[in-house]
Ligand binder design. Structure first.
Ligand code: DGL
Length: 261
């Protein structure tokens, strides 16, 4: 008997969730993946909170109605730190969120100085502050909110190169001054768009650091929640939908094809 594949819905404000999607596919290649990008609402990082919560709950709700997923991955720190609780209260489906990886970063830091690089919204949220209070211990945490990097990642994936100097200016505040033992040695990628730029970050870093991408941990959580589900037989490629209704431009379509869409 063939087992129907489980449907996993991946949600982000744009293409950043692809960095989580690719790890989820590695962990559960047998699922049917639906990716919803709320590009009509992008960027989430500079929006008024109440309106953004209402928007996220509505857009995710429509996708749940349409695709009946077994699991929803909110592959966006800005959305998760703001609206995970409301989503869980509104819909009876398991959610996996993406929140800043402060606990593992502090645990692995030898210099006991880390930076959290996210959208301005994510780094200013109470959710993020609470993670620091709970898990930072003796680690010094520098919060760096970037108004521009998510947009730069969108541009790069769509084939428009962003100059080195522009990217460098956004990551520079993560690197502190001081004697070597107080140097930042770990930077949390607290926006799912940023792993798309991590090779540029490495090349432009003031010194080598560990750039922590939470996607593998999120994929492990997905696999864990799906552990009782027998392997399905996938009959279709993943699908991606943009809330703007616009078809991706050719360069973006080529990039999406490399992810299997
Ligand atoms: N990908 C989103 C995140 O993880 C943010 C991008 C945006 O500002 O919309 O935070």
């Amino acid at each position: 008997m063939t087992v129907k594949p489980a449907t996993i819905l991946i949600f982000d404000s744009g293409v950043g969730g692809l960095t989580v999607f690719r790890e989820a596919v590695r962990a559960r290649p047998d699922a049917r993946y639906i990716y919803v990008a709320d590009d009509a609402g992008f960027p989430y990082g500079n929006q008024q909170e109440a309106a953004l919560i209402a928007r996220i709950v509505a857009v995710v709700g429509q996708a749940i109605d349409r695709y009946k997923p077994s699991l929803v991955v909110i592959a966006c720190n800005t959305a998760s730190t703001l609206a995970l609780a409301q989503l869980r209260a509104a819909y009876d489906v398991p959610f996996v969120g993406t929140v800043p990886a402060i606990k593992p970063a502090c645990a692995q830091s030898k210099s006991k100085r880390i930076a959290v690089l996210g959208t301005q919204a994510t780094v200013s949220r109470e959710y993020t502050r609470a993670l620091i209070r709970e898990f930072a211990g003796d680690c010094n945490v520098v919060l760096v909110g970037s108004p521009k990097l998510a947009g730069y990642a969108e541009l790069e994936l769509a084939g428009t190169p962003v100059p080195d100097a522009d990217i460098k200016a956004e990551i520079a505040p993560c690197f502190g001054e001081g004697p070597p033992e107080h140097y930042t040695d770990t930077i949390v990628l607290a926006c799912t768009h940023y792993p798309l730029l991590v090779d540029r970050f490495r090349a432009l870093a003031a010194w080598p650091v560990d750039w922590l991408d939470p996607a593998p941990a999120i994929a492990r959580r997905v696999a864990d929640l799906m552990r009782d589900r027998p392997p399905g037989v996938i009959a279709e490629r993943p699908s991606i939908f943009f809330t703007s209704g616009k078809a991706p431009a050719p360069a973006l379509a080529t990039a999406l094809a490399s992810y299997g869409f």
